[in-house]
Design a protein around this ligand. Structure first.
Ligand code: GLU
Length: 515
């Protein structure tokens, strides 16, 4: 490690929603910064003004915030080296670009698209690398100025030195590039509008970035950035290129891969916990060196080391994420889990907080829903937070994603269940036998008084009879279906307890009416 303080950055372009792969880059930068008591900076690379949108920047910030990857400096966190949005740094770029032109390391190029294409085709036909012809290199500053004054369209090209560039990747070791294949690349549209590679070099220098941790897909940009840094007399930062993320077919994961949700916000909306997502993406290219699989963000801060990063591609396995999510759900205290489920229940239209309309409720994880009261949208019955917790408790073991909760506990909020009568029939039973069974259940349940309405007592009362019949399913199956209306659900006694006496008996009556 070098002596200078560790400063790393994440430099997303706000041209689309924050991608899960970018989240991983952000996480490793965050961990690296924490590990070395450094700073984690977010820089918004919005030089492409047409494609950059404020809502995508919002999405980036929200996603980082949701994952708990707090940054020290960024567009909304003042720091010494701002502004942290490239669109606000034009004056800085202008200074550097002017210097490159003055020292003849960059020049204006007036070649038309047709000219460039014709040259490219010639190179292809000769089997040569497709590089710029260097035609405009020979224009004198006076000639170039004249053309510009006449309004001729131009770009700024870098006079790339033809020498090998070698650098030490912290993960991959020494990497060497023959820069003859780059040619004189375009580095800016005009003095205030640098393209990515140049803006990146200037900003990384101005922001005193010590290490660049980014995806392997940027590896080929690195020698270009090093050449530009040298031209500007800048010492490049140290580089580390993280392994590619692969889909399950082992192809590079694309933002449009249908097999996974690309956007971080989709994971949030589907009810993945940020804890699980962080744990999951940490293992995309890093491992602790043993078989441990569960890591909180703070554990990762303690454990993370670049020595345990891999160079080979990391396979994105959604089943593993689901499994991790289930794990975090199971170990979460019930009140916390309920708090996180409430936004989903509201959003699905089952319940509404008593202070407003369901649609107005935000899907905000950090909100405190424990203090509110709710009403079932259909029945207008009132529920306390603790009532919701009792329902959710029945499903904590089997819940994989929070969004599933609505379909599991909707039965508690519905006026009447809507299920086919056939579902009530136990597999070892004829439909004609259903009526006496439901009558028997009603009689048994009516005998249990309000004060005794707990699952243990319900179970005892019904199981005695079920054992007598010799086939428990004959009572338990119709009971469970009558109460839940579902092929699968929590057990009948648990549901009955949470439903309460009145509603349980009412549901048996409704089942009888169906026959
Ligand atoms: N804006 C670039 C991107 O989003 C940043 C790459 C880098 O880290 O240098 O891919």
């Amino acid at each position: 490690m070098s002596e200078s303080p560790v400063r790393v950055r994440m430099a997303p372009s706000p041209t689309g929603p924050f991608h899960i792969g970018s989240a991983r880059t952000a996480l490793f930068n965050y961990l690296f910064a924490k590990r070395y008591q450094g700073k984690f900076i977010v820089r918004i690379e919005d030089t492409d003004l047409e494609r950059s949108k404020p809502e995508w920047e919002e999405n980036i910030k929200e996603s980082l915030n949701w994952l708990g990857l707090n940054y020290d400096e960024g567009p909304d966190k003042a720091g010494e080296f701002g502004p942290y949005r490239q669109s606000e740094r034009k004056a800085i770029y202008k200074k550097y670009l002017a210097r490159l032109i003055e020292t003849k390391q960059a020049y204006y190029c007036f070649c038309s698209a047709e000219e460039l294409e014709a040259h490219r085709q010639y190179l292809v036909s000769q089997g040569l690398p497709q590089v710029y012809s260097e035609k405009c290199q020979s224009l004198s500053p006076v000639e170039a100025e004249k053309k510009r004054a006449e309004g001729e369209r131009c770009v700024i090209r870098f006079r790339a030195p033809k020498k090998d560039v070698a650098f030490e990747d912290l993960l991959r070791g020494k990497i060497k590039y023959d820069t003859a294949t780059f040619g004189d690349m375009v580095i800016a549209k005009d003095l205030e509008t640098p393209l990515y590679n140049l803006a990146c070099v200037i900003d990384d220098f101005e922001m005193k970035i010590s290490h660049i941790l980014r995806g392997e897909e940027h590896l080929s940009n690195t020698p270009k950035q090093i050449l530009l840094a040298w031209a500007l007399g800048i010492q490049p930062p140290q580089f580390l290129h993280l392994p590619l993320i692969l889909n399950q077919q082992r192809a590079k994961l694309s933002k449009r891969d249908p097999s996974i949700a690309a956007k971080v916000s989709d994971y949030k909306e589907q009810g993945y916990l940020p804890e699980a997502v962080v744990n999951f993406i940490a293992l995309l290219g890093w491992n602790p060196g043993d078989d441990r699989e569960f890591f909180s963000l703070s554990e990762l801060v303690n454990e993370f080391s670049i020595e345990r990063l891999q160079t080979s591609g990391a396979v994105f396995n959604v089943q593993k994420l689901d499994w991790l999510n289930g794990f975090y759900i199971r170990k979460m205290p019930l009140a916390e889990l309920t708090n996180r489920c409430v936004p989903f229940l509201i959003q699905s239209g089952l319940i509404a907080p008593l202070w407003g309309k369901a649609e107005a409720a935000p899907l905000v994880y950090s909100s405190d829903f424990t203090v509110l009261e709710y009403e079932a949208v259909e029945t207008k019955e009132k529920y306390k937070f603790s009532d919701l917790a009792r329902m959710i408790a029945l499903y904590q073991e089997r819940l994989k994603k929070l969004i599933e909760i609505s379909e599991l506990i909707d039965l508690f909020f519905q006026k009447e269940l809507n299920y086919p009568t056939e579902l009530l029939v136990w597999k070892k039973m004829e439909r004609g036998e259903l009526s006496p069974v439901l009558n028997q259940l009603e009689t048994l349940l009516l005998r249990i008084q309000e004060g005794d309405w707990i699952k243990e007592k319900l179970e005892k009362a019904i199981m005695v009879e079920a054992e007598k019949i010799g086939d428990r399913g004959r009572l338990l199956w119709p009971l469970r279906v009558a109460l839940s209306g579902k092929t699968a659900s929590a057990g009948p006694f648990e549901i009955a307890e949470v439903l309460g006496r009145r509603k349980t008996i009412q549901r048996i009556k409704e089942a009888q009416k169906k026959l």
